[in-house]
Design a protein around this ligand. Structure first.
Ligand code: SF4
Length: 353
């Protein structure tokens, strides 16, 4: 079976003309029926030619990603899905309602090769990349769940019919180790006849994969980039994030400064604050210097220490002092508490047990 969600509209147009010898506008119908009408068999739309209907019903599926388990947070209403892929592998997907938005955090790989020392996913190692269809399939799975549970958003005051508004590639995996499929998934998610999610509402997060940053900005210049920083010196960052030995952060930031100069775009910087590791005012001062000249928004994310490891969550008073120092130095900064901490869905907690 071929995964329908793996096909962009342009690829479906190619199928229509080359394989089925039918007008390419049928690709538009297929796209609308799948992404706007949420039909699980979009090829059964009555206006489609019989030959196309029959062949696609035998050869295509929209079920390459299925929700195997789901857990609803009692505290912040987020929902964590264990998503089962066609070959039985599992990844995690998290839905988060917040301030009028509905954000889905999606995975781009089964596991991750980058082995950041504080991250549960990093301990799994890399099993494989997700296809574009498996990335899109997570968004569709989460949207289907919202449609099947209308009370989830209505009790939070969202208008009827609200679906996912934002996508963040911050689940399992380093998205830029899988840049080609991530870029193809953006084409599909962004298509105006499909989910029509603006690239401004899609954030691709990276641990600092410089080759991948160059490639994704070439392929998708409008996408929002999020950089996981987590340290303020090369030495400390290399200890926390081995990727820093290949692409030192000063090199990555120098490239970004050049790339974003004169644009109105900004980069989201994620800094996981870890007790005794990167939470002092000296760290804050170095961070301010490191980021000087870059159009950024800085998120300080207190570490989630759900299981005993050598890393623990920061002291709240130190965290606030860190935030205040950075803020006084003209950096746009927020403390962001990870959602879904009680369901193992917070940043750095995603791991398939
Ligand atoms: S933090 Fe991101 S890049 Fe690092 S190991 Fe975890 S999933 Fe991979």
């Amino acid at each position: 079976m071929q995964d329908f969600f793996d096909f962009s509209r342009q690829q479906l147009q190619g199928l229509c003309s080359e394989r089925f010898s039918v007008p390419i506008l049928h690709a538009d119908t297929l796209f609308r029926e799948a992404y706007k009408a949420f039909l699980s068999h979009p090829w059964q739309a009555s206006q489609l030619p019989k030959k196309l209907q029959e062949t696609m019903s035998v050869e295509f599926s929209t079920e390459a990603v299925r929700a195997d388990q789901e857990r609803l947070s009692r505290y912040d209403h987020s929902v964590k899905f264990l998503a089962k892929l066609g070959d039985g592998e599992l990844v995690e997907t998290v839905l988060m309602p917040e301030r009028g938005r509905v954000t889905v955090c999606i995975s781009s790989q089964v596991g991750c090769a980058q082995a950041c020392t504080f991250c549960y996913t990093g301990r799994m190692g890399l099993k494989r990349n997700l296809s574009a269809g498996e990335i899109v399939g997570q968004v569709m799975m989460a949207n289907s769940w919202i449609r099947q549970h209308p009370g989830w958003l209505s009790k939070l005051g969202y208008p009827e019919g609200t679906l996912i508004t934002n996508v963040v590639f911050m689940g399992m995996g380093e998205p830029l180790d899988n840049v080609e499929n991530v870029s193809r998934s953006l084409d599909i998610l962004n298509d105006p006849l499909g989910l029509n999610l603006s690239l401004r509402r899609i954030s691709v997060s990276t641990a600092g994969h410089l080759d991948g940053i160059k490639e994704i900005l070439r392929l998708q210049p409008k996408v929002t980039l999020a950089l996981s920083l987590h340290a303020s010196t090369e030495r400390e960052r290399s200890q926390l994030m081995p990727i820093n030995r290949k692409w030192p952060i000063t090199e990555v930031l120098a490239f970004l400064k050049k790339q974003y100069a004169g644009t109105k775009k900004s980069i989201l910087i994620q800094y996981t604050v870890i007790h005794g590791v990167n939470d002092s005012l000296e760290h804050a001062a170095r961070l301010v210097e490191l980021l000087r000249g870059l159009p950024i928004k800085l998120n300080l994310i207190p570490l989630n220490d759900v299981e005993p490891t050598r890393f623990t969550a920061p002291d709240p008073a130190r965290l606030e002092a860190f935030r205040d120092f950075v803020h006084q130095n003209q950096v746009r900064v927020m403390i962001r508490y990870s959602k879904g901490q009680d369901i193992g869905a917070a940043c750095g907690q995603l791991v398939v047990q």
